[in-house]
Design a protein around this ligand. Structure first.
Ligand SMILES: [Zn+2]
Length: 173
């Protein structure tokens, strides 16, 4: 996703060592993400940045909720989300690598933007399937769904019947 300027960290002015940042992802972030599923939410990203002469090690920790739609009843649902991700940036320039974990920065770079990494972190942290807790789905939809389940109840498995027949024969013989 496109970088949001709030998520830029100027690292050239930082001393070597550990630095902590906190970002809060809210509506502008979710609107800017291309994920149609994400209706909004509020997620705190705690970022620990360890700077050395050759590397920036960025540990991100996400915690909050993302508004999605329930996969079962389609009503809005606040999906709790919690996850960690590490991203390492090399400051020594050199060839860009294909390694996802390690990103080579241009030796003239003086800042990093974390929007993309926040996005990745959330995508990984969100469960693929999101449904309301039992009994919390839209009652109207619940009614329709329960009817559907009854309608689609499979008849007795023919293999079962054969097996039962066999057992009965064995018993009676
Ligand atoms: Zn639901």
């Amino acid at each position: 996703m496109e970088p949001l300027k709030d998520h830029t960290i100027e690292f050239t002015g930082l001393k070597d060592g550990l630095h902590e940042f906190r970002f809060v992802l809210e509506q502008p972030f979710f609107d800017a993400s291309a994920e149609e599923e994400w209706q909004g939410g509020q997620v705190t990203m705690d970022v620990k940045l360890e700077k050395s002469t050759s590397l920036l090690v960025v540990d991100m920790s996400a915690k909050g909720t993302v508004k999605v739609h329930c996969d079962r009843c389609d009503a809005p649902l606040d999906q709790p989300v919690e996850g960690d991700q590490r991203q390492i940036f090399s400051l020594t320039g050199g060839d860009p690598t294909d390694d996802d974990e390690l990103v080579s920065l241009d030796d003239k770079a003086h800042n990093i933007n974390l929007t993309h990494y926040f996005y990745e972190c959330l995508r990984l942290a969100l469960p693929i399937r999101h449904v309301h807790a039992p009994g919390q789905c839209d009652p109207e939809v619940e009614k329709v769904l329960s009817k559907l389940v009854v309608d689609q109840e499979p008849g007795p498995d023919p293999r079962w019947e054969v097996l039962k027949d066999l057992q009965n024969k064995e018993r009676s013989s």
